[in-house]
Ligand binder design. Structure first.
Ligand code: SAH
Ligand code: DHB
Ligand code: MG
Length: 223
């Protein structure tokens, strides 16, 4: 595949970060605790975190739902956008990740507004839909990519007209351009992108995001 000017793209990403998403003590501590606990460094970048924050804030989201917590880094960006009395529920299947995230969110002073729910996301979402959970204003999908299409289907049962659905990692270094990606994560992202584009209930776009490689975030409004 052709390459982009990775050095320039990286410098531009850091230029934007220094201006608009400078590191603060809470976010730095979050990533340090994640690293200490041996969690993979696959959190959203500071710039993508700021974008999530702005989308939540601009849309006035009071109820936010996240699939895939890891150390609670993206959770922190999203929860900081909540108004007083707002709530965020985040799902995590790995108890070690959930434990690190709970500690991080308490250190961030966000444990009153954020609930880390341990369990398999699809199963938990089915239960939430069946038990008549109030609709969420914003859903952020960022867990196992092969299940993204299913998460989209379930997210539509947990949202309302006007809700935002966001999903991470949809370009995968350009591997979604392959006709039949061998990488299961790229395959999952490609299937998701096509499901998103074809769904008449949704209006969407994917924003390319560059960090260490090219990836993308989808932004969807439920009609
Ligand atoms: N949103 C985080 C990164 C999440 S990484 C951030 O940007 O800061 C993906 C997370 O999804 C991992 O912690 C992984 O354990 C979790 N995950 C994977 N499969 C899952 C499943 N089936 N249900 C719930 N969580 C899952
Ligand atoms: C990767 C990155 C992510 O943001 C994620 O949620 C999962 C995996 C990765 O680069 O492998
Ligand atoms: Mg991600």
């Amino acid at each position: 595949m052709e390459s982009i000017d990775e050095k320039l793209a990286g410098r531009v990403d850091h230029y934007i970060e220094a201006l608009f998403a400078p590191q603060d003590a809470v976010l730095a501590e979050n990533l340090k605790n994640a690293e200490r606990a041996g969690l993979p460094s696959i959190s959203v970048s500071p710039n993508e975190g700021k974008l999530l924050y702005l989308l939540a804030k601009i849309s006035g989201a009071r109820r936010i739902f996240e699939i895939g917590t890891l150390s609670g880094y993206s959770t922190t960006w999203l929860a900081r956008a909540l108004p007083p009395g707002g709530k965020l529920i985040t799902l995590e299947v790995d108890p070690r990740h959930a434990e690190v995230a709970r500690k991080n969110l308490a250190l961030a002073g966000l444990d009153g507004q954020v609930e880390v729910r341990l369990g398999n996301a699809a199963e938990t979402m089915r239960q939430m839909a069946a038990s008549g959970e109030s609709p969420f204003d914003l859903v952020f999908i960022d867990a196992d990519k092969p299940l993204y299409v299913e998460y989209l289907r379930l997210a539509l049962e947990l949202t309302r007209s006007g809700s935002l659905i966001l999903a991470d990692n949809l370009i995968r270094g350009g591997r979604v351009l392959e006709a039949a990606p061998g990488d299961p994560n790229a395959r999952g992202a490609k299937d998701f992108n096509e499901a998103l584009a074809a769904d008449p209930r949704l209006e969407s776009i994917i924003l390319p995001i560059y960090r260490d490689k090219l990836d993308g975030l989808s932004i969807t409004r439920v009609k």
